[in-house]
Structure formats: structure tokens, C-alpha cells
Design a protein around this ligand. Structure first.
Ligand SMILES: [Mn+2]
Length: 427
């Protein structure tokens, strides 16, 4: 949600964020779930820099660790969980001559008694006070996440921590909900790592700590969020930052090799299936393809491996205004990723017809509760064609209705298709 509040100038945000960082000693750094290279690289570059500056840092990957990003410097530092044990203090005022002889504890099943035997003087209630001990972190740095709930179960499981510890929100999504005590949000930056780089450069003692490893991380986020500088979010500043990072020793070829030129065999086989299943309606300028559960099983792949198909295969077909990839998902149901040219607003289509959402040129939706995947995809395409022709829903309803209306889920949040879309199109 974009608020109407006056936007704090970037320089002031950078200064406030720096002040918070300077005062903090124990940092918890975390990117969003459904991790992507920008999120992970932002978290790891912050981890490496602030560790070098003497902070005690913990870096979280709130997802299964993505094997494909193992090449990123610092990857082995990622933790999936933390153990939080906050001590509790029972304070005894000994200023009036009281001395403890012995401390014991005695449990009776329901409760525990702490028994204090005096060595000198006597103990009264007003000499005892109780307080919570320090938390394991004094600052949480959330990177590349438009909302706290995008931190997934990590946030759900540690809500109290997020309430007690100040949160620094570093992001580049225009849709950022501005959570946290302090924000450093630059919606003009093409990646969260670009926001970080500009921030790191505001302090010369920070900038000199940018090692080739940190530069590689920062460049990895920049390259992937701009899809190698192909996306319209690429600005003159992103190209400048990329050049400066190369100067600082970023290993661009390593990023290209591991992100773009290393695909598991199962992914390539799934791409083969998708290519085989491409269907085109030339008149309506719609291209679509399908990956069924059988395809996933036979190719030993996962539905999370399909998101390159739409951006790297389907959208390269000229003369199509709408591209759609239907993928059956392991948990049941299907997800559809949509891309379009300027001619069509797929977010509106996905929302109106299927309760999905996203952005004008990239959107998605989910459907569950159908009997036949292939028939369902044909039905979806027909609905889209009818809608593009301005036919009303009543007309569409004249086709034989499904036994019961399929429940429609909100846009997917588990792969590149739509959380990506929801976050990314503002990039
Ligand atoms: Mn990003």
C-alpha cells in the first residue's frame, strides 16, 4: 500500500539507518521466504560487512537453503532457525548488609521454589525485584521484503522478538508497507543490494570493507533483479553501481555461470516438456503451456523449477500478447503464471476471472478442486479469450458448468511466479 505521507529523503533515511546500526551490537539479518538471489545476497553482504565491523551477526534463510545459490560467499553462514532463550533475573538488594549463604531450587511438579538461605541479615520482600534479561539481538535487519509476513513461518514463530527488538527495513519495493522502526527504502533502486551499496558508500570506513566477496554478493542481487539488465527497472544508476562493483572485485562471470548457466537436469527436462506442450492461438495472440503432475514425477522435478520457463522460453515467442504457464503443484491444484505485452493487463484478467493478482504485465493465480488438469487449462484459456472479447460472465456460464465451482486461492507465494510478481513488478 502506498501511503500519502511525505517520503523521507533517502539521505536522511540512510543517516537514521546508520545511527541505528552504529548503536547495535547483536544483529539478526533476514530476507523474505521464497528466497531469491537478491534477498540472499542482501542478507549475506550485510552479514559479511557488519561482522567485519565487529558486530555479532546472525543471518537467516527463512526457507529450505537453495542449493543453486551455494556459490554465494558466506552461504555456509545461513541458519534456518535460531534458539532464543531469554534469561529472567531475580534481583536481591544486598546494600543493607544482607548476604546469601546458599541458593537451592526445589520442584514440586507444578512449580519451582527458589530457596535463599541467608548468611548474614534477613531477606524481606521489598529487597527482591524481577526483570527480563537481555534479548539475544538488539537490532533486526529485514532486507528485500515488502512486508513482515513475507518472512513466513520465521516471523510467525518469533513475533514477540519482532515486537521487542527494533526492526530496520531495507528494501526497494514501492509496495513496501513501511514496517519497522526505521526504513531505508529506495523504490528507484533496481535491487535491494543496490540500496545497500549506496548506503555502504555513505561511510568511508564501511566502503573500505567492501571486499570482492561482498561486491560479488551485491552484484549478484543487481544482475538477477534486473534479469541481466533486461528489465525496465534497469536505470543509469544500476549500471553505474555494477561498474563500481566490478572495480571492487565482483566476480561477474561466477554469477553468470552459477545463476544462468547451471541448470539441474530435471529443470532442463521440464523445460523440454513445456516446449513440447506449447500451444498457440494465433488469432487471439495467446501462448500457453502446461506442466502436469505426471511431468513433474517423470522428470523428477519440482513445481518450483518451472518459473524460468515463462520468462526464458514463452515470452521469447513474438506475436503473443499473453503468455501463460499452467503448473500442477505438489500440494494439489494448479498455479498459473501470466506475462503480457503492454496491450493487456494480466493482473486485471487474473483478478477478475480467477481471484489472482500481480501486476499489469506479470500476474498469477491458483485453482484447486478440478478433476482434469488439461481440461481445466482449456477452460481457463477459453475464459480469458471470452473476457478479451468483452463477453460477460453470463455468457461464459452457458458452457457446461463444472460440478461445483472450484475454490480459487489468492496468488501463489511459493515460487517465482507470483510473490515475485507481487513484489517484483514494482522494482
Ligand atoms: Mn529484490
Amino acid at each position: 500500500m502506498i501511503t500519502s505521507h511525505t517520503v523521507t529523503p533517502l539521505i536522511q533515511q540512510q543517516q537514521a539507518a546508520k545511527k541505528l546500526l552504529d548503536d547495535a551490537k547483536r544483529l539478526l539479518i533476514i530476507p523474505h521466504t521464497n528466497v531469491d538471489p537478491d534477498g540472499i545476497s542482501s542478507a549475506l553482504s550485510s552479514y559479511l560487512l557488519f561482522t567485519a565491523l565487529g558486530k555479532e551477526c546472525t543471518v537467516i534463510c527463512p526457507d529450505i537453503l537453495p542449493e543453486s545459490l551455494k556459490f554465494l560467499p558466506g552461504f555456509d553462514k545461513l541458519k534456518q532457525e535460531i534458539e532464543i532463550s531469554q534469561d529472567f533475573f531475580v534481583n536481591i538488594d544486598c546494600s543493607k548488609g544482607f548476604e546469601i549463604g546458599r541458593l537451592q531450587q526445589q520442584a514440586d511438579g507444578q512449580s519451582v521454589n527458589i530457596i535463599i538461605t541467608p548468611k548474614k541479615g534477613s531477606l524481606t520482600e521489598d529487597m527482591i525485584s524481577l526483570k527480563e534479561g537481555p534479548l539475544p539481538f538488539d537490532l533486526i535487519v529485514v532486507v528485500d521484503s515488502a512486508e513482515l509476513k513475507l518472512l513466513g513461518s520465521f516471523y510467525e514463530n518469533h513475533k514477540e522478538l519482532f515486537e521487542k527488538v527494533p526492526v530496520l527495513n531495507i528494501d526497494h519495493h514501492i509496495s513496501n508497507s513501511k514496517f519497522g522502526q526505521t526504513q531505508l527504502i529506495n523504490p528507484e533502486a533496481s535491487s535491494a543490494t543496490e540500496v545497500l551499496y549506496d548506503w555502504f558508500c555513505t561511510d568511508s570506513s564501511w566502503k573500505t570493507q567492501i571486499t570482492p566477496d561482498i561486491a560479488t554478493l551485491l552484484l549478484a542481487g543487481l544482475i538477477t533483479d534486473t534479469r541481466s539488465f533486461q528489465n525496465p527497472n534497469t536505470t543509469p544508476r544500476s549500471l553505474e553501481v555494477a561498474a563500481e562493483l566490478l572495480d571492487l572485485g565482483a566476480r561477474q562471470q561466477e554469477i553468470i555461470k552459477f545463476i544462468y548457466k547451471t541448470k539441474p537436469l530435471s529443470t532442463l527436462k521440464l523445460w523440454g516438456r513445456a516446449l513440447n506442450h506449447i500451444q498457440i492461438n494465433e488469432k487471439e495472440r495467446i501462448v500457453w503451456s502446461t506442466i502436469s503432475k505426471e511431468d513433474l514425477d517423470e522428470m523428477q522435478g519440482s513445481s518450483k523449477e518451472t518459473h524460468g520457463i515463462i520468462d526464458e522460453l514463452l515470452t521469447t515467442i513474438p506475436d503473443a500478447d499473453v503468455c501463460i504457464l499452467f503448473t500442477e503443484i505438489e500440494e494439489g491444484g494448479l498455479k498459473a503464471s501470466m506475462r503480457s505485452t503492454d496491450a493487456i493487463d494480466v493482473s486485471a484478467l487474473a483478478g477478475k476471472l480467477f481471484g489472482g493478482g500481480g501486476h499489469a504485465r506479470a500476474a498469477g493465480f491458483r485453482i484447486s478442486g478440478y478433476d482434469n488438469f488439461q481440461l481445466k487449462t482449456v477452460e481457463c484459456i477459453q475464459k480469458i479469450i471470452d473476457e478479451l472479447h468483452g463477453k460477460s460472465d453470463d455468457t461464459a456460464a452457458e458452457t457446461p458448468p463444472a460440478p461445483s465451482p472450484p475454490p480459487v486461492s489468492p496468488p501463489s507465494t511459493d515460487d517465482g511466479s507470483s510473490i515475485d510478481v507481487l513484489q517484483k513488478l514494482s522494482e
